[in-house]
Design a binder for this molecule. Sequence first.
Ligand SMILES: C[S@@+](CC[C@H](N)C(=O)[O-])C[C@H]1O[C@@H](n2cnc3c(N)ncnc32)[C@H](O)[C@@H]1O
Length: 413
Amino acid sequence: MAVLRNVVPQSRLSPAYRPLRPRRAAPTDLDDDPSLPPRDTLRWLKLATAVIEQSSRERPADAVLRQHLRDAGRLSNEEAAQTSQAVFGYFRWRGWLDASLKIESQIRSALELTAEFAMNPQTFRDADLLARTLPAWVNDSLPVNAAWLRTIQAEATLWLRVRPGRAKALSQVLGHTRTCPLLDALAYGGEEDLFRRPEFHAGDFEIQDVASQAVGVLCAAKPGETWWDACAGEGGKTLHLSAQMQGKGMIWASDRAEWRLKKLKQRTARAKCFNYRAILWGGGAKLPTKTRFDGVLLDAPCSGLGTWQRNPHARWTSTPEDVRELATVQTQLLNHVAPSVKPGGKLIYSVCTLTRAETEGVAAMFQAAHPEFTPLPMPNPFQTHKPPQPQQCLWPQGTGGGGMFIAGWRRSG
Ligand SMILES: C[S@@+](CC[C@H](N)C(=O)[O-])C[C@H]1O[C@@H](n2cnc3c(N)ncnc32)[C@H](O)[C@@H]1O
């Protein structure tokens, strides 16, 4: 069970809040190690091969993996962890592998690359990383750079968002943590299944990527305000806004997916977050309420390039058409939520992607159509010495987690 946390559902367009992080090193010299059982007993390798073969755009690898691990019967934690690492290692290094070989051989090569990159990253030349790590279309969509690729080829960090003021105490209890410029964020490097910790069940912390936490930080909701979290999903940011508001004021949390709102309700109950109202909203011009809000957060569906470190399968299933279509959806959603911002209120747009079309492109389209909104300068939460800007493009190499784009406006009085 402990390893199942590494294989949580991650839909292609809305990466979930839990990272994928196989933790145990898998053997790489499978043929040479006499201490290993004969190859036909390497169940994890067979399982990983089946998962890779069955994964597709419609069936993301993490979902297929979870199903296989569930159906596999008596699988040791180690085998399950090895299977995860093999699957994600394969997709992370897929562009480096010889596709004419059997999948099993490619998995072995991917695991060797994983180990080599962890130990000697300098032996990987920038030029090779740039040429082989991602599909070619990505170069036309954003300024691909070696620092980003070096970050996403390494294992992802697990981030916690801690109840305000509790970071030091929690860090002492859990151990294996490190802090970052975001006050309530802790990176966790231990082996424990955090979902079993009493502190988790008491709502002392959430698993939330540090880049997602940056969105909440820039919303800066205050006690007593009213907010609309328009694409609330499973409630990662609703919970953050509620913590900022100290439970005072009201948050409308909407999504078009009922099952996501169901999960949101489970999470809010555990976190003892009560100042919210969950409601279905399909993104159309007909709004779920006539309320005018102090703040509206649109954490929009996106191509998710900012999550490609922990979700490497998506690198090979996303397309430039997705980016184009999503940019249209994002612009529509922004246009639809804008009238709900009260004069003097804030509108925050965020996407966990870095493509020009879905970030600065959408922001420019919105600005052109809405002169009643003025760009709102916001600090870069990871580089607070820099002057505030109305758009923050946060790359994974700068956050230590995922990538995120955040734009802010204030509605004129
Ligand atoms: C990036 S995810 C939101 C993540 C969430 N804010 C969180 O922090 O956990 C985007 C969400 O938008 C929802 N969505 C997609 N298309 C939508 C639409 N047209 N109208 C409303 N919600 C939509 C998806 O169901 C998904 O939950």
